[in-house]
Write a protein that binds this ligand. Structure first.
Ligand SMILES: Nc1ncnc2c1ncn2[C@@H]1O[C@H](COP(=O)(O)OP(=O)(O)O)[C@@H](O)[C@H]1O
Ligand SMILES: [Mg+2]
Length: 377
């Protein structure tokens, strides 16, 4: 109907209806679908991250704006309704995959349709690698964090390193291999071993391209350790990366934002084990976080700048933690990796770095949701 054809009564009524609708939207809370658990080895970490985020959503200021809809993905990939998800959050324990209350792998609980914005907090494969982001994109609902491209490039160590190289970010020398090359019956393998020894030397680190949490990563100091490590890594992934080992301090920086992201102050991880392996990462008391990292200010500034370049290089959005090697002897800073859905428990580096930079946990959660909404405008 053309505006000119509205009667006087309608002209009065229309603004009233619109005002009422606007007021209703403003008064209704935004329903946040907190998606956690998942099929990666970091399932338990995801539960802990989700617990911390759920608590932050119930904080005084967030509770007036947001309503929590928790959705739990079991270890077998099965999506669970809010009541079950809430119970998992309360117990802090994964749900057995044998329980009968499953709605089926690809049947989503009806509450999925009520979500206004998703907050996925699943680490590693099937959560942080673009697969879930593709699904959420198809749902046409905004979500926290990187999109398909940023997540996938950030997850795959080979794609990530290629993007970093293109952005001029310094990193350790590395070689990429395939499972087929490693498991070949021909004489390829001895040649590969020679090439790795000549190009990278010992110690070197062998890594599956797509895992995380140090799973499948081994430090090789000899030819026989190298062969064992390559064989093991090939059992996890089709794509393998081998890196020259550096003796360095491990420092990390948090990034927050979309097109104009900000870098937090820099933190350091210290530990007594040979490297930051799975056990060190997930055994209480094995690793310490130093915030801020006791490093020269110009090194910290360089790390912040490199973090922002890395964020842009993989097309990350919302949040990311960028990890570096700081070779104190030479003053060199080498980028190690970017994590587009980093650990988000109350004790995790990412929220702690922001807390030390002046953004408290509940405020951080609020900002991430607002960034998700901003991104889909
Ligand atoms: N090239 C390297 N030189 C020295 N240490 C390394 C190297 N690559 C990995 N590490 C050690 O292994 C840990 C895990 O490697 P990383 O690439 O970060 O894998 P993940 O994605 O599983 O965290 C690092 O935090 C570090 O302690
Ligand atoms: Mg790492």
């Amino acid at each position: 109907m053309a505006a000119g054809s509205l009667g006087v009564a309608n002209m009065i009524l229309y603004p009233l209806i619109n005002l009422a609708t606007v007021r209703e939207i403003a008064m209704s809370k935004l329903r946040v679908g907190l998606l956690f658990g998942g099929r990666s080895g970091e399932h338990e970490v995801s539960i802990n991250s989700a617990k911390a985020i759920a608590k932050a959503l119930s904080s005084e200021t967030n509770a007036t704006k947001y309503q929590l809809i928790p959705i739990y993905i079991r270890k077998d990939g099965c999506w669970q309704a809010p009541e079950i998800a809430q119970a998992v959050l309360e117990s802090g324990k994964p749900l057995s995959t044998e329980s009968d209350d499953s709605v089926g792998l690809w049947q989503f609980p009806p509450s999925v349709n009520e979500v206004d914005v998703w907050f996925p907090i699943l680490h590693g494969p099937n959560g942080e690698d673009g697969t879930l982001q593709g699904l959420l994109t198809l749902m046409q609902v905004p979500y926290v964090g990187s999109g398909v491209l940023g997540s996938a490039v950030g997850m795959d160590k080979i794609a990530m390193k290629t993007a970093f190289k293109q952005a001029g970010l310094p990193q350790v020398p590395y070689m990429t291999l395939t499972r087929a090359q490693i498991w070949s019956n021909s004489c390829v393998f001895p040649k590969l071993g020679d090439e790795i020894e000549q190009t990278l030397g010992y110690p070197c680190f062998v890594k599956p391209a797509n895992l995380g949490s140090s799973v499948g990563i081994a430090k090789a100091r000899t030819r026989s350790e190298l062969e064992t490590a390559l064989d093991a890594a090939a059992s996890y992934d089709r794509r393998i990366i081998v890196e020259a080992g550096v003796s360095a301090r491990e420092v990390e920086c948090a990034v927050l934002g979309n097109d104009n992201p900000k870098a937090s102050i820099v933190g350091e991880i210290t530990f007594n084990s040979d490297f930051y392996d799975y056990e060190t990462k997930y055994t209480d008391g094995r690793a310490q976080l130093l915030i801020p990292a006791p490093i020269p200010p110009q090194i910290a500034a360089q790390i912040q700048e490199m973090s922002l370049s890395a964020f842009a290089a993989v097309d990350a959005a919302g949040l990311a933690r960028v990890d570096f090697f700081y070779v104190e002897k030479t003053g060199e800073v080498l980028i190690n990796e970017i994590n587009t859905l980093p650990g988000f428990t109350a004790f995790s580096m990412y929220p702690q770095l922001w807390e030390a930079s002046g953004i408290q946990f509940p405020q951080l959660v609020d900002q991430l949701i607002q960034l998700a909404l901003e991104r889909c405008q």
